[in-house]
Design a protein around this ligand. Sequence first.
Ligand code: ZN
Length: 177
Amino acid sequence: MKALIVIDYTNDFIATNGALTCGTVGQNIEHAIASLVKEFQANQDFIVFATDKHEKQDKYHPENKLFPPHNIVGTTGRHFYGELDVLAQDVNIYKMDKRRYSSFAGTDLDSRLRERSITEIHLCGVCTDICVLHTAIEGYNLGYDIVVHKLAVASFDDVGHHYALKHLEHVIGAKVI
Ligand code: ZN
């Protein structure tokens, strides 16, 4: 069984005025992600939207010293971007919060996947070299087969994007398609 994991496709990471935006490269993958969601919906496969969640004035979060505030709970910055916000209305899509780059870190994602006998996870979203990469690494360590959709991932850092795709393919053994 397989699952699709859509990572961090929110206004703050994608919209032109987002707090930590990938900009155009992020906006350009909207339709590729939407197509994947529709394909997985049609096959009744498990779909997960894994989304970074920050609380205002959380002084303990390690990202505070790395990035400006983003994806604050209750703000429009944390809403899904574009067509994904419409697709997210599907109640069968599992919407989950995460507090670290990896979608597995401190979440119940592994249990949700195992309950459904899922062995292969398909990744898309942003950023290729941060949350997508960290999710892939943890998924690899947990024994999942990883598939990364290269036309449905993006990063503000072009060098990091290409490095991550190479690392995913040659070190994690992911299928990059
Ligand atoms: Zn964050």
